[in-house]
Design a protein around this ligand. Structure first.
Ligand code: 26V
Length: 818
């Protein structure tokens, strides 16, 4: 056994050498000299210089995994929200500072160049960003891992705000080329759709096997991006598939003069990897989405099985050498596809194939929202993937037999366990398929995991009680602290040394500095500088002036009713009203920031954005507010903007209806950067409270159990609203057009939802929320106390590192060494 790669910083070059290399790259890779080089050219040249070093380590990592026959992890995800890679790679490999000096010597500012790199937004929100943090952590904790996904040409849309409304524009992240990716034409696989299934029988009439004869075929071409772990120790691969017509220009048709017809096939094939579905809470339902799911599932499995076979010669040992992880149900069809490969392509019988399949897959659930649970009409499935449907029926027969023969399940339970939803249009339940095809099913926070056992998967949990387990989410401290908050990183290093850079749980050593006035002052100065940076950003982009000495209160995440941006906005209205009617009180200046995208078809979410902007306009212009309250909706929230906003926050809004946010990960990013949280006992907030301590977090509102109970026992929001003068007043201001004089009825339906049912318990939680906000004001007014709490948050957030999460997956699910 060769020893593991050494864990050393790979900064082997001095700035002069780097400068020379940058010039060489500019000349020979970009083809320019300094007189004509654009900032983009400098970006490409700089990335090329660092990339060379990354590649050396990449090849070593890959070879080592092969030579040592290490078990590999394959993380299948339809989303990887990776953001920019330059700072991440430069910093992890230890070259950021030297590159800064090198570029400076050439008259180039590294921050300007880094700001030009497109933000790779190949994901919607939490699930996609988690996949990106996991990729970085797997490289960091030295696990041989491959991420598999789709190379969308258009990732998440760019959001503009026009007259307060969200407008969606296409984001072309590949316009200037992508120096991080390597096209691997030789790694391309055929993907079939449609057609029929033939049965092959032996001479004596026995069924030998099934052969699927698809009618449509496209090619999946691999594009590889290196994923650099901390200190460059290991470099893993993110392999994204791009679709291509097998015969890009149908030559026959082209030659016959039908040029347009010849290109049609090619356009259709390429449409597969064109766009990311921009909805994260309503199952897409369209055929193209199912095609995408199968496209990347089969390409990845063909790649994995081919790699395994060429190294080990026998497919049945796959579960010993490969752990395949399903990031939500989006790749769940892979369960049926692996069965097909085993049985139809490699002649393995059903029982053996099923056993190996279950030992190979594990599945993470990321949401309990019923509308987000994927299911596909049986008819559609049959038309696109007829052989997979047969296999799903066979799996279902096996599972239902197990359930029935145990004698513990009622007919109703059996129908809930079934992979096929009956009654009305028959549908394939992807959650059930992922569950039965996996040896491990995990939730993403302790609360969410318990709720999974009680709700969506109650019956399957009873049938397979050992499978559900919890893996509380985490975030990578490299991107979310070291890179995005160098100021805080600097003062922490001075205070407690460098150990936390390699093991962020060492941050606990900072705890005692909460009581150190000098440290608190340094901390406040860093926070102030980060707030100034954000203030400059919003003044430059939006022309809104905000005071960096005010409390920065931030809610940034996808816009969704369950996340309750509406609760926050209504509270702002109530506060506005109070400030005006009680000017004599000692109000604490506050800026409320909002950011986030609404799914293009989500009407209420788009209205919430408009409301935030309408309210902001009135409040910000009202002189009687005297600048005590400002509201800003920051457009186009994405990973790069998060890197500016997280370090600038004093207060983090995590106010979802309890029981509905599976985990949240923004909550962790804020905490690690020293914001205090105001939040409900939902998702990972519950565990954050346990880690930071009750005094260092502001918890309010109904618990998940109380929400369930209220819903079950006839909750009457009207009575609640009537009993709260502040809420009634705020709602009447909105509904009488104070903020929408041009269209007083604009918010009638949105607010109507609060009176009729109020599913998300906005009214029920309002008074508790508002009272807690005044509590926040009180603590904020006592600066030493506030910053002591903030420092304790930083000190106690280390556990929420994705390194910890990944180690738990490695040990408890994947059974891989690290
Ligand atoms: C569902 C769908 C339905 C089909 C259309 C495209 C699409 C895309 C995504 C989803 C599921 C989104 C689920 C999700 O993002 N969940 C979030 O996962 C985070 C990481 O575990 C967690 O922190 C958040 O609480 C949870 O909302």
């Amino acid at each position: 056994m060769t020893p593991k790669l050494s864990r050393t910083i790979l900064a082997t070059s001095d700035p002069e050498t780097l400068a020379a290399e940058i010039l060489r790259a500019l000349k020979y890779r970009v083809g320019k000299d300094t007189t004509v080089a654009t900032p983009y050219d400098w970006l490409t040249a700089s990335i090329n210089v660092v990339r060379d070093r990354v590649i050396d380590q990449w090849i070593r990592s890959t070879k080592e995994a092969y030579d040592e026959k290490e078990k590999r992890v394959y993380y299948l995800s339809l989303e990887f929200l990776i953001g920019r890679l330059m700072r991440d790679a430069f910093s992890n490999i230890g070259l950021w500072d030297d590159m800064r000096v090198a570029l400076k010597s050439l008259g180039v500012e590294i921050d300007v160049v880094a700001g030009l790199e497109p933000d790779a937004a190949l994901g919607n929100g939490g699930l996609g960003r988690l996949a990106a943090c996991f990729m970085e952590s797997m490289a960091t904790v030295d696990i041989p891992a491959h991420g598999y996904g789709i190379r969308y040409q258009n990732g998440m849309f760019r959001q503009e705000i026009s007259d307060g409304w969200q407008v969606e524009l296409p984001e072309n992240w590949l316009d200037h080329g992508n120096p991080w990716e390597f096209e691997r034409r030789e790694r391309s696989f055929e993907v079939g759709y449609g057609g029929h299934v033939e049965s092959v029988t032996s001479k004596d009439g026995r069924l030998e096997k099934h052969v699927w004869k698809p009618v449509e075929r496209v090619l999946a071409v691999a594009y590889d991006t290196p994923v650099v772990g901390w200190r460059g120790t290991r470099v893993n691969t993110l392999r994204l598939w791009s679709s291509m017509a097998i015969d890009p220009i149908l030559l026959d048709a082209f030659n016959a003069g039908d040029h347009i017809g010849a290109l049609r096939e090619s356009n259709k094939a390429e449409a597969l990897s064109r766009v990311l579905y921009p909805a994260d809470s309503t199952a897409a339902g369209q055929e193209l989405r199912l095609r995408q799911e199968y496209f990347f599932s089969t390409a990845s499995l063909q790649d994995i099985t081919q790699r395994h076979l060429s190294q080990f010669g026998d497919l049945l040992s796959l579960p010993d050498q490969a752990a395949i992880h399903l990031n939500d149900t989006h790749p769940a069809v892979a369960v049926a596809e692996l069965m097909r490969l085993f049985m139809d392509e490699h002649g393995v019988d059903f029982d053996q194939a099923w056993d190996a399949t279950k030992r190979t897959f594990a599945y993470t659930n990321h949401t309990l929202l019923p509308e987000a649970l994927e299911s596909w009409p049986v008819a559609l499935f049959d038309r696109l993937l007829p052989r997979h449907l047969q296999i799903i029926y066979a799996i279902n027969a096996q599972v239902l037999l197990e359930a029935r023969s145990s004698g513990h399940f009622s007919d109703e339970q059996i129908s809930r366990i079934s992979l096929i939803q009956e009654g009305g249009e028959r549908r394939v339940r992807m959650g059930n398929l992922a569950f039965v095809g996996s040896h491990s099913i995990n939730g993403v926070s302790a609360l969410h995991t318990e709720l999974m056992k009680e709700t969506v998967f109650a019956d399957l949990h009873q049938l397979y009680p050992d499978r559900i387990n919890n893996k509380t989410n985490g975030i990578t401290p490299r991107r979310w602290l070291i890179q995005s908050n160098p100021g805080l990183t600097g003062i922490v290093r001075d205070a407690i040394g460098d150990k936390f850079l390699d093991d962020v749980e060492e941050l606990t050593a900072l705890d005692k500095f909460a009581g150190d006035a000098a440290f608190r002052e340094q901390f406040a100065a860093v926070k102030r500088a980060n707030k100034e940076r954000l203030a400059n950003y919003v003044s430059g982009r939006l022309g809104v002036k905000v005071d960096p000495s005010a409390l920065f209160d931030i809610q940034i995440k996808r816009i969704h009713e369950y996340k309750r941006q509406l609760l926050n906005i209504i509270e702002a209205v109530a506060l506005y009203d109070q400030i005006r009617s009680h000017p004599e009180r000692d109000w604490m200046p506050r800026v409320k920031f909002f950011g986030g995208k609404a799914a293009p078809s989500y009407h209420n979410a788009k209205l919430i954005i408009k409301l935030a902007n309408d309210v902001a306009k009135v409040i910000n212009r009202d002189p009687s507010v005297r600048g005590l309250l400002k509201m800003v909706f920051v457009p186009n929230y994405n990973v790069s903007l998060a890197e500016i906003m997280m370090p600038a926050a004093d207060l983090s809004e995590q106010i979802s209806t309890a029981g509905m946010e599976a985990s949240g990960t923004g909550n962790m990013k804020f905490g690690l950067n020293g914001a205090l949280t105001i939040g409900t006992l939902d998702g990972a907030n519950v565990e954050m409270k346990e880690h930071v301590g009750d005094e260092n977090i502001f918890i309010f509102g109904l618990t998940a159990n109380q929400v369930a109970e209220r819903r079950a026992n006839g909750y009457n929001p009207r009575a609640v609203i009537d009993a709260s003068p502040d809420l009634s007043q705020a709602l009447s201001m909105i509904s009488t057009g104070v903020f929408s004089p041009d269209d007083p009825n604009r918010y009638r339906d949105l607010l109507g939802g609060l009176y009729e049912g109020d599913w998300f318990m906005v009214a029920a939680d309002f008074d508790a929320y508002a009272a807690t906000q005044r509590e926040v004001d009180k603590v904020w007014s006592d600066s030493p106390d506030w910053y002591a709490r903030a420092v304790r948050n930083v000190a106690r957030m280390g556990w929420f590192s994705s390194d910890r999460t990944i180690r738990q997956y490695a040990k408890e699910i994947w059974n891989v060494a690290q």
